[in-house]
Design a protein around this ligand. Structure first.
Ligand code: AMP
Ligand code: MN
Ligand code: MN
Ligand code: MN
Length: 294
């Protein structure tokens, strides 16, 4: 067996043009292979529309990569927007199809309201602009951000979120996402495992973060992301400890959206020795016999 099959690099969180990523699913898979990723999960926001093209690309070109079907689901918990990644889901399962249709309704309503708020702030046509950039994919605040940058309202993503789209700002609309439990149940019904995404990025104090992880576990969650490519060194150790304390498996992912200097597919993704990797608890995520000697 080749090393890539025996010790694959796992990147279990990534985005395509089906939501707010900039690459097509085919381009994302090709790039992942160049970066020596052996297992890639496609996890677009509330969408599985990129999965089949990504898997087809790997098959058509006989690429040394396993492409997992996933989605990153937006939920609301204690007034915080918490993201739950579903891995290895059946994208055609009626439970998932119906669930995602509900999330799409929430996104459409919210996008309309964002457009109205920006119009009142004398920024017209933002909904049309964001929809043009989404190009038929899921509409996210990322698309509004790009539209606002296009309009010269800000120079970069960080600035545009800070000034227009973050909580409390002109273009922020409190969303009506589902609960954490509803997201976990939909993932389980469609055969997947549920992973708490980027726990360090919600701006929670240690006390609230512990509460979130415990709640996620009680709601039936399976794993939490412990490793990302951009993290303070002690964050990984802390998250590993929370995973162990709550008997959650550990996941890792770049949350890649587009080529940029500081985030890359597969980069700096490793787990502290003390945790149980999610692909060991759920062997269906591992390459198994699907990747052969080459
Ligand atoms: P939504 O799910 O529609 O609320 O959009 C959230 C997405 O916007 C995230 O997945 C990020 O891709 C992007 N985003 C959120 N906050 C920021 C930020 N401060 N800087 C850059 N991108 C952000
Ligand atoms: Mn995003
Ligand atoms: Mn996220
Ligand atoms: Mn993401």
């Amino acid at each position: 067996m080749s090393d890539i099959a025996r010790f694959p690099v796992y990147d279990l969180h990534s985005h395509t043009r089906a939501s707010d990523g900039l690459l097509t699913p085919a381009e994302l898979v090709q790039r992942a292979v160049e970066m020596r990723v052996g297992v890639l999960a496609i996890t677009d926001h509330d969408s599985v529309a990129g999965v089949e093209e990504a898997q087809q690309t790997a098959r058509d070109h006989d690429l040394p990569i396993k492409v997992l079907a996933g989605a990153e689901i937006s939920t609301l918990w204690e007034n915080h927007e918490i993201h739950i990644v579903g891995l290895d889901i059946d994208i055609h399962h009626p439970a998932m199809v119906t669930f995602l249709a509900g999330q799409h309704d929430c996104r459409r309503t919210r996008a309309q309201e964002i457009g109205e708020r920006l119009a009142k702030a004398r920024i017209p046509d933002a909904l049309a602009g964001a929809m043009r950039l989404a190009d038929g994919g899921i509409i996210t605040r990322g698309h509004f951000a790009r539209f606002l940058i296009e309009q010269g309202k800000a120079d970069n993503m960080v600035q545009v979120f800070k000034n227009y789209l973050a909580r409390g700002k002109t273009g922020y609309v409190p969303p009506q996402w589902c609960t954490i439990k509803q997201a976990i149940d939909a993932i389980h019904h469609s055969g997947g495992c549920a992973v708490l995404a980027h726990p360090g990025r919600y701006g929670l104090s240690a006390k609230w973060l512990k509460r979130l992880v415990a709640h996620f576990r009680e709601a039936g969650g399976d794993a939490m992301e412990v490793a990302q490519c951009q993290q303070a060194p002690n964050e990984r150790t802390t998250l590993a400890q929370y995973a162990r304390d709550n008997e959650l498996a550990a996941s890792q992912g770049s949350d890649f959206h587009q080529p940029c200097p500081w985030i890359e597919l597969g980069r700096k993704l490793w787990l502290p020795a003390a945790v149980e990797p999610v692909w060991e608890r759920f062997p269906a995520l591992a390459p198994g016999l699907t990747i052969t000697e080459r």
